[in-house]
Design a protein around this ligand. Sequence first.
Ligand SMILES: NC(=O)C1=CN([C@@H]2O[C@H](COP(=O)(O)OP(=O)(O)OC[C@H]3O[C@@H](n4cnc5c(N)ncnc54)[C@H](OP(=O)(O)O)[C@@H]3O)[C@@H](O)[C@H]2O)C=CC1
Ligand SMILES: O=C(O)C1=N[C@H](C(=O)O)C[C@H](O)C1
Length: 251
Amino acid sequence: MTAPLRVAVIGAKGRIGSEACRAVEAAPDLELVATPDRGDSLETLVDGGAQVAVDLTHPDAVMANLEFCIGHGIHGVVGTTGWTEERLATLRGRLAASPATGVLIAPNFSIGAVLTMRFAQQAARFFESVEVVELHHNRKADAPSGTATRTAQLIAAAREQAGLARQQDPTTHALDGARGADVDGVPVHAVRLRGLLAHQEVLFGDVGETLTIRHDSLHHSCFMPGILLGVRRVVDTPGLTVGLEHFLDLD
Ligand SMILES: NC(=O)C1=CN([C@@H]2O[C@H](COP(=O)(O)OP(=O)(O)OC[C@H]3O[C@@H](n4cnc5c(N)ncnc54)[C@H](OP(=O)(O)O)[C@@H]3O)[C@@H](O)[C@H]2O)C=CC1
Ligand SMILES: O=C(O)C1=N[C@H](C(=O)O)C[C@H](O)C1
């Protein structure tokens, strides 16, 4: 019988981290060996012989956590947000020095959100106008969400690939922020509301019609199958992978 894969969850006391600990513990092929949270030493990963670390912490913490993991040859499955091109380049540089190590960064682990991004990419070239609205609980650290940023980037890339010009915005009078954040030419609006969890609408418009793609995460459990898939696959996927879709057969 194959030995269980030894997994650590960093940010284990958090909203998603605590759920991820339960999911790892419930999986017969995985063993939860370390559960550090803020202030705890990451040496517990080494002591526990962790092979994979799931990071569900904070944009301010994730780079140092990954630096530690990659330095110790521990694969990473990252749900934490805050990724920029600069950060990704730094990470690629770190991974180049540890070529057997894999890191998956998944802006969203839920299948519905992954499909939303895919459908938005497909629709992008058929509509003149597009805007993204993301809605989250009021404890969320960052805005816009990692998912909304990634969605807008994918839409912009699909439009560019189809030879479409950036959409025009004739607004000349607006309060700061009224038109949202500009992500590669796509306006992204962020709502923070007690009672919500994680939701997103992608709105497309053209002559006489609109198309809305909406996804709702109703419970943290929706992220768990994606996290576990990432844990099982990352050990055989050296280098940097961005997006859970690379571990799913969507075509
Ligand atoms: N990709 C995806 O599908 C998903 C991604 N996320 C992302 O995951 C991240 C966490 O979200 P959420 O669980 O809601 O946030 P929480 O604030 O509930 O949890 C984060 C946890 O990490 C702890 N923490 C902070 N810094 C460190 C550190 N250096 N080392 C270890 N632990 C640390 C926090 O401690 P303290 O409270 O003391 O700060 C807290 O317990 C966010 O970036 C969020 O956007 C969330 C859901 C799904
Ligand atoms: O903080 C959250 O809750 C979530 N964060 C991720 C993001 O920023 O996209 C994923 C999901 O939206 C939940």
